[in-house]
Design a protein around this ligand. Structure first.
Ligand code: AMP
Length: 142
């Protein structure tokens, strides 16, 4: 296991952005996507690997050498896939640093109870909007 080896599952808007940023930061990145067209979102400076395949298949995770990953991030557009692959990474490949993106806020706390760290864009956005609205309130009060 190498701390700077990152496996990203899903090369959509978030996955590609993350892959580009981590690659630019000098990390060794492998990004998996079932649709090879998705890799077009990677920047020309992206220096990592791409693997085309369904991340639910163990052979695809093995090809990505997930067992050597310091961190795994699952950001496909399917909550079930993200959770399944996160669980495989944690339980089967013993990766400690695992984060899954979940669209459904109701499921976020359930999976956190299983020890899977999750981020939920709807929850994060709600907090940020709330902060912005607080600022607007403050401006009005001055
Ligand atoms: P976005 O909706 O922009 O976050 O993109 C999600 C990405 O996840 C797309 O590029 C999909 O092709 C990819 N994706 C969805 N399911 C899987 C899967 N089972 N394995 C690998 N990639 C997937």
């Amino acid at each position: 296991m190498l701390k700077d080896n990152i496996v990203i599952v899903g090369c959509g808007r978030l996955g590609a952005n993350l892959a580009n940023a981590m690659s630019d930061d000098g990390k060794s990145v492998v990004v998996i996507d079932s649709n090879k067209e998705s890799f077009r979102k990677l920047s020309p400076s992206y220096g990592g690997l791409t693997i085309t395949g369904d991340a639910m298949e163990l052979s695809v995770l093995a090809e990505a050498e997930i067992e050597n990953a310091g961190a795994v991030v699952t950001v496909t557009n399917n909550d079930n896939t993200n959770i399944m692959v996160a669980q495989l990474a944690k339980e089967l490949f013993h990766i400690n640093e695992v984060v899954a993106r979940l669209y459904d806020p109701d499921r976020e706390c359930v999976y956190q109870e299983f020890g899977i760290r999750t981020i939920c864009p709807a929850v994060l956005s709600t907090k940020e909007i709330d902060k912005l609205l607080d600022v607007w309130d403050g401006d009005e009060a001055v």
